[in-house]
Design a binder for this molecule. Structure first.
Ligand code: MRU
Length: 351
């Protein structure tokens, strides 16, 4: 994607051996890049959400392992690095997937080769993420093109949180087909849920759609149902942080309510995901660990307290949308029903 006309990814190797990232906590007010030089800095960037979004935290973790291997390439250090990074955020399974990929690449290698091998493997995972997201976009594009033919006017798409290029290395998952549709001349408009409490929609999705020139409108999280009742949404497209083998989908808190409203109003609800987001070990979405973040994200906005000082607040960061509310899943291998059969047909090696 482009920032001020210049092609960029969200994470990149710097010539000095550090890892460049965009500090997403500064957007949309400032475009700031940072350099991660140590395992601890990589872990901090994920924990404090300088980088966020399931695919991007996976690739950041891979680079975190590579940074750790420079200092100490021993088995013990490899395990310690994976443990530190795995503990940063619990819901997105891409993090564990990426750490497994790194372990697999390094386990049999002699320690003297691990630093360069880890650096190379992290770069491959980043490149693979770009290819996978582009493929997701191409598979989901006909859903938007079909809606355009059906409605014969601008296609109205609702999205939640940020599942754009900022959440991945490039392209995004939910926003990839929107960029492709816009670029191919389909008239699209995106309703952007603000996504309280961290406002990934208002701050990040709106920013990146704006950079790309895609027409959009930011709405409060509770507006989606109203818009759907009034025929103002043709389809919903969201991302996923963890998808069970049976097609239940964990995504940013509030996704479930949008899926319920879509179901009630006959609006198609699509979930886009790289296969690294599928947790083949789980069948019931209620088993997915849900991150609970600091209550200050709820009680305060921009440093200003919104709630009475003695009112407790709770902050679940994700919820689970049951497969029955999902019209279809879109992966890098294609589209399938949100069901065990659907997923296993696309990924027969998982049978
Ligand atoms: O808490 P975040 O900002 O990391 O949550 C991100 C989301 O919920 C995204 O929708 C999800 O990771 C899909 S990203 C392609």
């Amino acid at each position: 994607m482009r920032v001020a006309g210049k092609p960029m990814r969200t994470i990149w190797p710097e010539p000095d051996g550090t890892v460049g990232i965009i500090d997403q906590t500064a957007l949309p007010h400032a475009f700031t890049t940072r350099r991660l030089g140590t395992l601890e800095e990589a872990a901090h960037a994920i924990r404090a959400m300088l980088v966020r979004g399931a695919p991007l935290i996976g690739v950041t973790a891979a680079y975190g392992v590579a940074l750790a291997m420079r200092v100490d390439p021993s088995d013990a250090a490899l395990e310690a690095a994976c443990r530190t990074l795995a503990a940063t955020r619990p819901t997105a399974v891409n993090l564990r997937w990426a750490l497994d990929q790194m372990r697999r690449a390094l386990a049999e290698a002699p320690p003297s080769e691990r630093a360069s091998l880890a650096w190379r493997r992290a770069g491959e995972l980043a490149d693979e993420d770009v290819r996978v997201n582009r493929a997701i976009g191409e598979h989901a594009l006909p859903l938007i093109a079909g809606a355009a033919r059906r409605v014969r006017r601008r296609v109205e798409i609702l999205t939640h949180c940020n599942a754009g290029w900022l959440a991945t290395v490039d392209w995004g998952t939910a926003l990839a087909p929107i960029y492709l549709a816009h670029d191919s001349g389909i008239d699209v408009h995106v309703w952007v849920d603000e996504t309280r409490p961290r406002n990934q929609g208002a701050s990040l999705t709106a920013w990146e759609l704006g950079q790309h020139g895609v027409p959009h409108t930011v709405i409060v999280d509770n507006a989606g149902g109203h818009l759907m009742q009034h025929g103002r949404v043709d389809l919903c497209i969201v991302g996923s942080d963890r998808t069970t083998a049976s097609g239940d989908v964990a995504n940013k808190i509030g996704t479930y309510l949008k899926a319920l409203a879509a179901y009630d109003n006959g609006v198609p609800f699509y979930v886009t995901l790289p296969s690294s987001t599928i947790d083949w070990s789980l069948r019931d979405g209620r088993e997915i660990p849900i991150e609970e973040r600091d209550s200050s994200e709820v009680t305060h906005l921009g440093g200003v307290r919104l709630t009475p000082a003695d009112s407790p607040a709770a902050n679940w960061a994700f919820d689970v949308t049951p497969a029955r509310l999902v019209t279809a899943l879109v992966t890098e291998r294609g589209i399938c029903p949100a069901s065990e059969g659907g997923l296993r047909r696309l990924f027969p090696e998982r049978r």
